[in-house]
Design a protein around this ligand. Structure first.
Ligand SMILES: C[S@@+](CC[C@H](N)C(=O)[O-])C[C@H]1O[C@@H](n2cnc3c(N)ncnc32)[C@H](O)[C@@H]1O
Length: 260
């Protein structure tokens, strides 16, 4: 089976998840429409003021985070593989009265030339596991940034994946699983999905190889999402996981700048 077939598998799986996610408490579309941001403390603090900047959100799902950035004054473009997610994002933008562009595309197909390069390229929580090749991904990141532009990502930590029984190192073939989804209403949307493991060194080296100067790498013992079994909310909005008496690294973030 080729990568293209895995992408089709994932596109179908994500298409099926969109409606359930948009109706979930987990994503809280109602709260977003009432004015709250879907962005969490880590990215809000680390990315800072985006007002007046152009921002490309890779793997934007149905656009909540993209539109939260738009509300902060950024000029946003969201890209996602799933036509259902893009359609939902466009509807949400209209309902919220926010201006943002949403484009249905595989990440690897979104090279410079699709649009002008951006001040910021952003991606978050549960994105890179859907991609088999991080070097190609980092080239897409770099080609979509202006010189001196900011790359920012916040992701789930691969050490968590290892403890949960998945690979730490990348394998040529993905893990393919039949699974429900992570929202509280998600047990009925079982879909077949393909994911690839990526150790932290692969993420960093791919970015460095694509001309992104790494400025900060941070690791956290908490997630802003209560999305893994056994998590404990020790402070509001911070979910921790204990392994043999120690905190598990659950999330990490990377800030970089495109070399001029
Ligand atoms: C977990 S979600 C995005 C996370 C985001 N933080 C959120 O919760 O809204 C992952 C997204 O990646 C998208 N995706 C998966 N593979 C992709 C690919 N090859 N190109 C573009 N988008 C992809 C899926 O359609 C899905 O919307």
């Amino acid at each position: 089976m080729t990568d293209i077939d895995y992408f089709e598998m994932n596109r179908l799986g994500w298409d099926r998840r969109v409606k359930i996610h948009a109706e979930s408490d987990f994503y809280d579309v109602k709260g977003f429409l009432a004015g709250s941001s879907s962005l969490r403390e880590i990215e809000l603090k680390e990315l800072g003021d985006v007002c007046g900047l152009t921002l490309l959100h890779l793997q934007c799902h149905f656009g909540l985070d993209t539109l939260s950035f738009a509300r902060m004054g950024a000029s946003c473009t969201g890209v996602d593989l799933s036509p259902a997610a893009i359609e939902q994002a466009q509807k949400l933008a209209q309902t919220a009265g926010l201006d943002a562009q949403f484009i249905c595309s595989d990440v690897y197909g979104f090279h410079r030339g699709n649009t002008d390069p951006y001040n910021i390229v952003f991606t978050s929580y549960g994105a890179i596991c859907w991609l088999p090749d991080l070097e190609r991904w980092a080239q897409v990141v770099s080609s979509n940034l202006i010189d001196g532009g900011t790359f920012y990502m916040v992701e789930f930590h691969p050490v968590y994946d290892l403890l949960a029984g998945y690979a730490y190192f990348t394998k040529s073939l993905p893990d393919v699983e039949q699974e429900g989804t992570y929202t509280e209403n998600g047990s009925e949307v079982v879909a077949e999905l393909a994911t690839w493991a990526h150790p932290l060194s692969s993420v960093l080296n791919a970015l460095i190889g694509a001309g992104i100067q790494i400025e900060q790498v941070r690791e956290y013992p908490f997630s802003p999402y209560n999305c893994f079994e056994g998590m404990e909310e020790r402070e509001p909005g911070r979910f921790y996981l204990n392994h043999k008496g120690h905190d598990v690294p659950i999330t990490y973030s990377i800030t970089g700048r495109k070399a001029t």
